[in-house]
Design a protein around this ligand. Sequence first.
Ligand SMILES: [Zn+2]
Length: 275
Amino acid sequence: MTDEQLLRYSRHILLDALGIEGQERILATHAVIVGAGGLGSPAALYLASAGIGKITLVDDDTVDFTNLQRQILHTQARVGMAKAESGKQALQAINPEIDIVPLQQRLSGDTLDALVATADLVLDCTDNFATRHAINRACVHHRKPLVSGAAIRFDGQISVYDLRRDDSPCYHCLFPEGDDVEEVRCAVMGVFAPLTGIVGTMQAAEALKLAAGIGESLSGRLLLLDALDMEWRTVRFKKDAGCAVCGPSGSVRSGEYLRQPAANHESADGACRLG
Ligand SMILES: [Zn+2]
């Protein structure tokens, strides 16, 4: 580490659990953040400020005036700009020494697969069910840890799927695809601004712990927040032995999942269907 890095990250280095070694692991990490909206904004800001060495920030959308209430990566001056590029500018202003790769595109199929293959961890900060499942399949296939958050109205949720481990449940174990639940259209839903900050910041915390290799992750636990009453609930869950994605007969093992239809990506505030 350079003298400047020792200073910049000194408050991390002072943490006994983290120290220089943990910070070095953070600096060597490539995180992929899918979605530069309400959840992706705080997640990206903390990962960048804390020195994640490389961040790929993916979003196919542009900054809209209605985003500014909660999507704190973006500014009024950057309305109309690609969110990935606007996000890059915000992150670079805080930490110019890390590598930030903006990707303005829908992630699906081979592109998603190739990107996840190069990642050390993936943050799902998207807002629709199809993309969430596509990201999960790629993470299962490549055995990458997935930090998943969602926020709508006053309801938030967060969990970690540590797919490096054989016994770890995947997103599909918890929220099976094809469950006949109506997906609410995010574009017209209300979202309490700091709720996205709370959940996105917790995603950053879990991602940094995974990167540094410290603590106990949320694997196997889903945290649910009711921000109106400010009450947290924990739901424990296990791997579904018959899961169509991570189970022994799952399509992901054969690579068949790459031929499934592309997701209809909308970036904003996390899944509107909270499960
Ligand atoms: Zn599964």
